[in-house]
Every structure is written in structure tokens, then in C-alpha cells.
Write a protein that binds this ligand. Structure first.
Ligand SMILES: N[C@@H](CCC(=O)N[C@@H](CS)C(=O)NCC(=O)O)C(=O)O
Length: 124
């Protein structure tokens, strides 16, 4: 009885989509990615807006430390997207951070570029 209860609890701790351990791991992954990189793009590999934003950022700032996470290729991708929605209020990808600041999606990055504000943000 007890061992099976324990097994149930420990498998819930580690395996359920919303288990506390998974939520903590996802939070750490997102927060460490943001703090350790200049540019972070939470993306999906098939998404055209993501492609446009990635192309713009990587071609304009090839020297900037950049991390791109393709959520559709990661086991914890849905949980990352849920955490990002909680953190930023944004549900869509790309979800972009520059110099530890939440910038938004593709439209936001394109608009900042058109206003010549992107380079200042990257060098902040
Ligand atoms: N206006 C947004 C459009 C982004 C958008 O519509 N992304 C789609 C994928 S192409 C999305 O996130 N759909 C919901 C999902 O994949 O969960 C932007 O500029 O980033």
C-alpha cells in the first residue's frame, strides 16, 4: 500500500505535465536562458513569424550571444509556452527577449528595427 502510494506520488512529481519538478525545471530553463544570453528566441521550427524574427536578429547581430529554443522540438515545449504566457502575457511564438527584457513577437522586433532601436537594445 505505502510503497505503491509513494511510487504514485513520485511519478506524479516527475512525470505529470504540471508536476512541481517539471514546472521548476522549466522556470529555470527559461530564466537561465534569458539571463545568460543577449538574445533569446522561443520559437517553433515551422512558424513563419519565427523564421522572419530569427533571420532578422541573427543576420543583424551575428556576434550577439543568442539562444534559439524550438518549442515544437522539445519535450517540455508546451510547459515552456505555458510558463512564458504566465510570465509575459504573450501566448504566441516567437517570444523574444533582448538584454533580459521582454520585447514581444516578430512584429515588435520588426517595428523596433524600423525605428533604429534594435541595436541600442542589443548593446544595452
Ligand atoms: N503577430 C505575431 C504573430 C505570431 C503568431 O501568430 N504565431 C503563431 C505561430 S506562426 C502562434 O504562436 N500560434 C500559437 C501556437 O503555436 O501555439 C508576431 O508578430 O509574432
Amino acid at each position: 500500500m505505502l510503497p505503491s502510494l509513494y511510487r504514485g506520488f513520485s511519478s506524479w512529481l516527475s512525470a505529470s505535465p504540471t508536476s512541481p519538478l517539471k514546472v521548476m525545471a522549466v522556470k529555470d530553463l527559461v530564466e537561465n536562458s534569458i539571463s545568460e544570453n543577449k538574445i533569446v528566441v522561443f520559437s517553433k521550427s515551422w512558424c513563419p513569424y519565427c523564421r522572419r524574427a530569427k533571420n532578422l536578429l541573427t543576420s543583424k547581430f551575428p556576434e550577439a550571444k543568442t539562444k534559439i529554443l524550438e518549442l515544437d522540438e522539445l519535450q517540455e515545449g508546451d510547459a515552456i509556452q505555458d510558463y512564458l504566457r504566465e510570465k509575459t502575457g504573450q501566448r504566441t511564438v516567437p517570444n523574444i527577449f533582448i538584454s533580459q527584457k521582454h520585447v514581444g513577437g516578430c512584429d515588435a522586433v520588426v517595428a523596433l528595427d524600423a525605428q533604429d532601436k534594435l541595436a541600442t537594445l542589443v548593446s544595452a
